[in-house]
Design a protein around this ligand. Sequence first.
Ligand SMILES: NC(=O)c1ccc[n+]([C@@H]2O[C@H](COP(=O)([O-])OP(=O)(O)OC[C@H]3O[C@@H](n4cnc5c(N)ncnc54)[C@H](OP(=O)(O)O)[C@@H]3O)[C@@H](O)[C@H]2O)c1
Length: 284
Amino acid sequence: MKIAVIGANGQLGSELCEQYDEKHQIVGLTHADIEITNINSVKKVLNEINPDVVINTAAYHNLPDCEKNPDISFQVNAIGALNLAKTATEIGSVLVQYSTDYVFDGEKKEPYLEKDKTNPLNIYAMTKLNGEILIKNYCTRSFVIRTSGLYGKTICRAKGNNFITTMQKAAKIKDVVKVVNDEILTPTSVFEIAKNTGQLIETEGFGLYHMTCEGHCSWFEFAGVIFKELRLKTPLISCTSDEFPSEIKRPSYSVLENHKLKSVNLNHMTHWKDALIKYLRINT
Ligand SMILES: NC(=O)c1ccc[n+]([C@@H]2O[C@H](COP(=O)([O-])OP(=O)(O)OC[C@H]3O[C@@H](n4cnc5c(N)ncnc54)[C@H](OP(=O)(O)O)[C@@H]3O)[C@@H](O)[C@H]2O)c1
């Protein structure tokens, strides 16, 4: 297949390009190559490539920036998605879009299914949900994949870090590292996402999917594995989110169940702890 990967130098995009390179014809597109908020740019670039599949990893997803600039957030996460949906439909390509666990408010306290009611708490999540809805309505041959807590060899460009590099830095410069134990998520390796997305796009089972590693943990437990594996000696202690007051609302529980992948026998996601240990042993 000919696959155009948008955000090719990002955390997830770079992994997709690397993993699919042998099997597929990959055209990696960076922000310098395409501007997804501009319909003319999207049409011109994608018409020239004429891909079988367009995978969009581009997003405006630094949360404080999203709160400060809701208009930019909406332009990239919603209008960008709409531009891709319209263009993919016009040229007959399948579209893959990534979305977020933050579309939920966290009140359920049990893993969320694809059919569960969304209730985004912040601008980032609202605009990503808008992107999901626009894609669903403007591109029937599309996959929308919600994921969570990503990490990979290339750090997240929008945030300038991932949780692993943040912990490494904190362990270097702090006497004690405090991490919250009352926010629950599923850390997910981009290696696992690329692997499972690759299997999904071989099918015609279009629609909305949850795709995270298996199991869940608190950020403190996530940090615990990183500290142990990397033998970081700085004391790591747990605290509650009250100690890190923030004006940005986030769900305190955002675990996703890969329900739809399981229902079509396509859930090959590894447990978060196994994926993390494997990643740390190979890449650090
Ligand atoms: N990171 C997480 O923990 C997480 C969790 C849940 C869901 N997600 C979702 O997963 C996806 C991938 O995240 P990631 O961490 O790989 O992101 P990332 O590292 O920030 O990469 C995003 C890429 O998109 C490019 N881009 C940004 N705006 C663009 C635009 N307007 N037009 C064209 N390209 C643009 C960026 O280029 P420049 O940097 O040069 O602008 C960058 O290459 C996103 O949809 C995100 O919402 C991420």
